[in-house]
Ligand binder design. Structure first.
Ligand code: C2E
Ligand code: MG
Ligand code: MG
Length: 257
């Protein structure tokens, strides 16, 4: 897989898809999350859950991650140039990228080259990656934050956060993991966990977004609990760039009718 991935990089088999993130009332597309897709000529679609760990282990994630960062930033810039409303581009960072000392400079350089203001970029780090070395994470987050770039914690609720560290993280948003969202309307315990995450986030001055929202029941439950934003198949699957653009234009066109 690692050899095939090296080949994939140079033969343009990797693509980015974009999933819309919406305000909880569904009126605004507030952002897009860039998600890697790999279509191999023989293997077909290989899931990121399968190839990202391989890329991490082989070190290829550094080059792939840089390509993702550049491509996503250029894409948002192109959309805004073509008249799409301003929104945030969220880019996943792997633990190995996060440990790279030159990461903040690298991101700033790409933003400068593309001429996209830093406030339009959000980097996502999983809770487990952040908590792996929380003291180190604080320093890197402060560096990223000082450049005007937002940070969010991905898959929140699955990674044993230390709350004393969490409050020291320069984090803008918590992404509530889809495992809690899935049974939100039937499982009282999951509902209580989501309620606790939202109220804690609000106390710490952080926003919340729920991942994996698939049904109107989940959406209504999240609304009642005070969640700020949602992402999931209910509104849209991750889409290729042209389809994403169509989704956004269509969304606003139908709202104005
Ligand atoms: P993630 O960052 O938590 O991304 C959310 C995943 O949930 C995506 O899976 C997305 O397609 C899926 N999803 C979104 N809405 C729904 C829904 O309503 N229901 C269900 N069942 N699933 C939903 P995907 O694209 O397969 O990516 C899996 C993971 O791979 C991501 O989880 C992320 O950790 C990693 N990944 C993807 N792209 C990148 C990348 O560019 N860099 C790095 N480092 N990791 C990436
Ligand atoms: Mg993510
Ligand atoms: Mg997630």
């Amino acid at each position: 897989l690692s050899t095939a991935l090296r080949h994939a990089m140079v033969t343009n088999q990797l693509q980015l898809y974009y999933q819309p993130q919406l305000s909880i009332d569904g009126t605004r597309v507030v952002g897009a999350e860039a998600l890697l897709r790999w279509q191999h000529p023989e293997l077909g679609w290989v899931s990121p859950a399968e190839f990202i760990p391989v890329a991490e282990e082989s070190g290829q994630i550094i080059a792939i991650g840089e390509w993702v960062m550049r491509t996503a930033i250029e894409q948002l810039n192109a959309w805004m140039d073509s008249g799409l409303p301003a929104m945030i581009m969220a880019v996943n960072l792997s633990a190995a990228q996060f440990r790279q000392v030159n990461l903040p400079v690298l991101i700033s350089n790409i933003l400068d080259e593309v001429k996209l203001p830093a406030e339009y970029l959000e980097v996502e780090l999983t809770e487990s990656a952040a908590m792996d070395d929380p003291q180190g994470a604080i320093e890197i987050m402060e560096n990223i934050h000082s450049r005007g770039i937002r940070m969010s914690i991905d898959d929140f609720g699955t990674g044993y956060s230390s709350l004393s560290y969490l409050k020291r993280f320069k984090v803008y948003k918590l992404k509530i993991d889809q495992s809690f969202v899935r049974n939100l309307d039937s499982d009282l315990e999951d509902r209580m966990i989501v309620a606790a995450i939202i109220s804690m986030a609000s106390t710490l001055g952080m926003q919340t977004i729920a991942e994996g929202v698939e049904t109107v029941e989940q959406l209504e439950a999240l609304k009642l609990l005070g969640c700020n934003e949602i992402q999931g198949f209910y509104f849209s699957r991750p889409l290729p760039a042209d389809k994403f653009e169509g989704f956004v234009r269509n969304h606003y066109a139908s709202k104005n009718n």
